[in-house]
Ligand binder design. Structure first.
Ligand code: ADP
Ligand code: ADP
Length: 220
């Protein structure tokens, strides 16, 4: 089945700019997909439509069998709980430790302390940061900070993982580590969508690629 489906989607921003034009795409459950394209081509807009940060101006966005445009309030929150999101700039809370950054989402969602503890260790282990649980973000390298943000995105085991230029601020070694973690999550069953303009990184992997050019999508 499909995890993501866009049907003739156009996104026009309030200033009249068409960021996406008549885009249709079907992304299957369990797929690992790269979205490439130059800066300003519409990659972030594409991801924002999937988690309801932006609404389509025309067409339909279906995620996990839900029409995103119809979701408001609680039902949009429920969809977002099923989506893990990783950003280029990590978005960690500086005053909180690694463990707190990773778990505060679960606390806000009402998980028990016991369940949170049960999930924390294997999640930090997966991203190679078990020894840094009590560190603060500014005590970590960029690569480590990005791995904290991945841990935060996956601790609730969402079936869909979106990463918007996750390696944009990282050197090649750290970029490769991040991609390997995302690939591992994909083998565990998550559908993974990664935007990047790092052609080398894409070539190093054997995943399908969609190119965005002037608001249109091209599957290679
Ligand atoms: P609204 O919340 O009313 O839809 P937008 O979020 O579309 O408004 O943004 C309002 C204005 O901010 C836009 O018309 C645009 O001029 C500017 N803007 C915001 N983000 C960007 C961006 N990434 N690139 C260019 N302009 C932007
Ligand atoms: P990418 O992620 O590929 O760099 P974006 O999806 O962020 O591209 O942006 C696509 C185009 O839409 C850009 O030209 C950008 O300036 C414009 N844009 C993005 N957000 C807004 C906004 N809120 N208001 C107006 N224009 C925007």
């Amino acid at each position: 089945g499909a995890m993501v489906e866009l049907r003739s989607v156009t996104k026009t921003y309030t200033n009249g700019y068409h960021a996406l034009l008549d885009v249709s795409i079907n992304i299957k459950k369990g797929e690992f997909l790269f979205i490439t394209g130059p800066s300003g081509s519409g990659k972030s807009t594409f991801l924002k439509l999937l988690y309801g940060q932006e609404l389509p101006s025309q067409g339909e966005v279906i995620v996990d069998d839900l029409n995103v445009a119809n979701l408001r309030g609680d039902r949009l929150s429920l969809l977002r709980r099923r989506i893990g999101i990783v950003f280029q700039d990590y978005k960690l809370i500086p005053q909180r430790t690694v463990a707190e950054n990773v778990t505060f989402v679960l606390q806000a969602q009402g998980y028990t302390r016991k369940e949170i503890q049960r999930r924390l260790e294997p999640t930090l282990k997966l991203v190679g940061l078990l020894s840094k649980a009590d560190s603060f973000p500014d005590q970590l390298s960029g690569g480590e900070q990005q791995r904290v943000s991945i841990a935060r995105a996956i601790i609730a085991t969402p079936p869909l993982l979106l990463a918007d230029e996750p390696t944009g601020n990282l050197d090649p070694d750290n970029s490769w580590q991040v991609i390997q973690i995302l690939q591992k999550l994909n083998t565990f069953g998550a559908t993974v969508i990664v935007t990047t303009h790092d052609e080398q990184l894409v070539r190093r992997c054997n995943h399908p690629v969609v190119q965005v050019k002037n608001g249109r999508l091209y599957r290679n």
